[in-house]
Ligand binder design. Structure first.
Ligand SMILES: [Zn+2]
Length: 468
């Protein structure tokens, strides 16, 4: 048996209300909110943060497939970078699938086929699609990521069927130098899209000798929630079987990662033994039928999608949202950086690994040649630092260049030992207190050397509800 063994979502903390967009452009009020990545988040950081706090060193993963339409890199492998940061073995097979909104579901199909040779794989999908300010599509798109773990044991959703239809040239596109995703006429796009979705839905049933009565749920992943109803009706699903995700309204349409997150949302509601049809539109359509196993009950207890959706910080000011999204530039910080530094310091900066003195056990971060504590020159051993800790002290830097609010620098004592000096992010400065519990989140630090430089920053621990 092969299938999905777990799903790990990641949503940025910030939300922009559709109403705030409408107010900025003197339009009539609208409903819903969009998850927007902060200025220090990109597809790489969101992908890492899907699973980085769960454990250190994912060395049991045989392959990683990264799927996105919005990698910060045109050349340079995002999957290799993510695999390194997450501590996968350097013989882990890393692949990138890009350029289509079906990249995530296509990556999943490739992953299932790789399970003929390997035991365990990860598909990480993420999107942070920029939209020109004032474009109507701005009210639709959100940012986020989702990791899907697949394997042959402890299956959560068993793979029953896959079908795919290839097509192009009717919906969204983006050229190399474009700031924004472009969209063709909705009526024209829908004519092609609806036909494609219906065709794949029917193929899934016919090829596998299944009737509508064999399937409990249908989900259509698209920027228009209404298509679930359109396709559901065409295929003969009752309104009760048509799963209309609330995510398009709560966090926006999340591109490549949308189908995975809708499936996550549905599994929080589905029962063991039920079958789910998932259709993802993009360049053509990918379709799956999964059957839910008994493991869905432990998944419901552990999965934190709901906490992530409800833990949020609403940005009222439209200009602030543009700055956070990188569409409106304030002073740009360009510190000195080179690839030599990046490589030399990558165990510390990217993996958050420290050195422990073999003589006295003192933990040094960043690394150093001899022990600061006992002055031993004996060899040090590497260890992974924990991603949670407690604020020891902090300061607000009011003249930090390019920052929206004063930059809060914190010293954090990490659980399990080690101390880190870093920036605080996703939290109003006045809320920071000594003794606060924080989590470390992988973030973009700056773009010195003309490449993104990443590091770990402190963020609040999510509990659901508004972040202040
Ligand atoms: Zn020592």
């Amino acid at each position: 048996m092969i299938g999905i063994t777990n799903i790990y979502p990641y949503l940025p903390h910030y939300r922009l209300k559709v109403d705030s967009i409408n107010r900025a452009w003197n339009r009539s009020p609208g409903k819903g909110e969009r998850a927007i990545a902060n200025y220090d988040e990109d597809v790489i950081t969101m992908s890492v943060n899907t699973i980085s706090s769960l454990k250190q060193g994912w060395d049991d993963i045989d392959f990683l497939i990264h799927a996105t339409t919005s990698s910060p890199f045109i050349e340079e492998s995002s999957s290799d970078l993510i695999a390194y940061i997450l501590g996968m073995n350097n013989n882990c097979l890393n692949l990138n699938i890009n350029q289509s909104l079906t990249s995530g579901t296509t990556a999943l199909h490739i992953g299932f086929n790789l399970l003929n040779q390997y035991k365990k794989g990860l598909i990480i999908s993420a999107d942070r699609r920029d939209i020109q300010s004032g474009d109507d599509f701005e009210k639709v798109i959100g940012d986020g990521a989702c990791a899907i773990e697949i394997g042959t044991e402890n299956i959560l959703a068993k793979l029953e069927a896959f079908s795919s239809l290839s097509d192009f040239g009717y919906d969204t596109w983006k050229l190399k130098d474009d700031v924004s995703v472009k969209k063709s006429d909705e009526k024209f796009a829908n004519e092609v899209k609806i036909d494609n979705l219906e065709t794949v839905g029917r193929e899934l049933l016919v090829k596998n000798n299944l009737q509508i009565s064999d399937i409990e749920w249908i989900i259509v992943a698209d920027s228009q929630s209404k298509l679930t109803k359109t396709i559901g009706n065409r295929l003969g699903f009752t309104p009760e079987q048509q799963f209309i995700s609330s995510l398009n309204n709560e966090v926006g349409y999340l591109g490549v990662t949308s189908g995975f997150l809708y499936l996550n949302e549905l599994l929080l509601k589905a029962n063991a033994g039920e079958r789910v049809m998932l259709l993802q539109s993009g360049s053509g359509v990918d379709g799956y039928i999964f059957s839910v196993t008994d493991n869905v009950e432990s998944f419901k207890r552990e999965n934190d999608l709901k906490t992530q959706v409800t833990s949020k910080k609403v940005v009222d000011n439209y200009n602030e949202a543009l700055v956070r999204r990188g569409l409106l530039k304030v002073v740009e910080l360009k510190p000195y950086a080179t690839k030599t530094y990046l490589r030399r310091e990558r165990e510390n900066n990217l993996r958050l690994r420290a050195q422990r003195c073999k003589e006295c056990g003192f933990i040094h971060f960043p690394e150093r040649p001899n022990c600061h504590h006992c002055h031993s020159r004996e060899t040090m051993e590497w260890l992974w630092l924990e991603r949670t800790g407690t604020i020891v002290t902090f300061t607000h830097d009011h003249v930090f260049p390019g920052s929206i609010e004063p930059m809060t620098m914190v010293v954090v004592d990490l659980d399990g030992g080690g101390r880190i000096f870093t920036q605080m992010t996703d939290l109003s400065t006045e809320q920071v207190k000594i003794g606060d519990r924080v989590k470390l989140s992988f973030r973009k630090f700056h773009e010195g050397g003309d490449f993104p430089n990443y590091y770990w920053k402190a963020t609040p621990i999510l509990k659901g509800g508004d972040l202040t």
